[in-house]
Design a protein around this ligand. Structure first.
Ligand code: RIB
Ligand code: CA
Length: 312
């Protein structure tokens, strides 16, 4: 079975890094490169964090290209309250010695899509600014994209506003461009990703795997565990590994439950900016998306542990 060519896009970010580990470890995926966007932190921090992650994993050959430093129409709002000042607080990384590729991110993405023999799957783990700009600039390449799998949104509610999840809230216009592009989309939203959580015991099990990848994932999770000294070993911590659910949905068909929906993005609402309107009955339009409605957390953690074992 040939590997699925994948282009990662994200704003590392603790859970972006966990998704990177799961993607880079999988023998089902061929990660062609990664574009970085501002979101969880500034573009400088998210770029550094992507490079640090690949260096730590000994995968410096995976090219990283810096993308947009703010949403298309709105000012950047970072989530340092969640991910810390660096955007990846917790692990102690050695000094960085690699740099992003010196190429415009739109050209970087276009080259990867053009040069791939098979259609490329784009995995978007942050605000969709880079992907939206790339699609607007290269309408002719849409038929070279298999699908866009993104972490974002929620069928009901949100985590950054009452009506919206952070990635979509941050750049609602970009998400609308992607959603309306005609490319099949898979939305890994909060109904699934909120279940992707571990407890202290499971962090210990991950650390005990003893690879550089498992140490990194455990250190990232410990950052959140340290915020809950009151939690016992069996209590699930509050920090879901949201982004890694995108990869789990691609590499395993028994982890994320998806349902067909007509998906539209609210961009004009005073209180509902970035709301992902999921119509599971298809009364407002044809089904253009598969939306996650549940997650098998035990299976997810098994996939994460397996990735940590495979990446030495
Ligand atoms: O709402 C969760 C999303 O916002 C994740 O992608 C996380 O990394 C943050 O970007
Ligand atoms: Ca992210």
């Amino acid at each position: 079975m040939s590997r699925i060519p994948v282009l990662l896009d994200g704003d590392p970010g603790h859970d972006d890094v966990m998704a990177m580990v799961m993607a880079l470890a999988s023998d089902k995926l061929d990660v062609k490169g990664m574009t970085v966007v501002a979101g969880n932190s500034t573009l400088a921090n998210t770029s550094t964090n992507a490079l640090r992650t690949l260096e730590w994993l000994g995968l410096e050959h995976i090219p990283v290209c810096t993308g947009a430093d703010h949403p298309i129409m709105r000012p950047l709002q970072i989530a340092d309250s969640v991910h810390g000042k660096s955007g990846l607080d917790g692990p102690n990384f050695p000094p960085l010695h690699t740099k992003p590729v010196e190429k415009n991110f739109v050209d970087f993405m276009a080259d990867i899509v053009r040069e791939s023999e098979q259609k490329v799957t784009i995995v978007c783990m942050g605000p969709q600014t880079n992907v939206a700009i790339f699609l607007l600039a290269n309408p002719d390449l849409k038929d070279r994209i298999e699908r866009i799998v993104f972490m974002g949104g929620a069928a009901y509610g949100g985590n950054w506003s009452p009506a919206a999840e952070f990635n979509i809230w941050e750049d609602a216009e970009a998400a609308k461009i992607v959603c309306d592009s005609g490319i099949p989309v898979v939305m890994c939203g909060l109904e699934a990703t909120n279940y992707a959580r571990v407890n202290r015991r499971e962090i210990g099990e991950i650390r005990a795997i003893g690879t550089r990848a498992s140490t990194l994932v455990a250190d990232l999770l410990q950052f959140f565990a340290d915020k809950r000294p009151d939690a016992d070993d069996e209590q699930k911590l509050e920090a879901p590994m949201h982004d890694a659910v995108t990869i789990a949905s691609i590499i395993s068909d028994d982890c994320v439950e998806l349902r067909d929906a007509h998906l539209t993005i609210e961009t004009d609402g005073s209180y509902t900016q970035g709301c992902t309107v999921c119509d599971f009955r298809g009364i407002t339009g044809d089904f253009n998306a598969k939306v996650s409605v549940n997650l098998d957390c035990d299976r997810f953690i098994e996939l994460m542990k397996d990735a940590c074992r495979r990446l030495k």
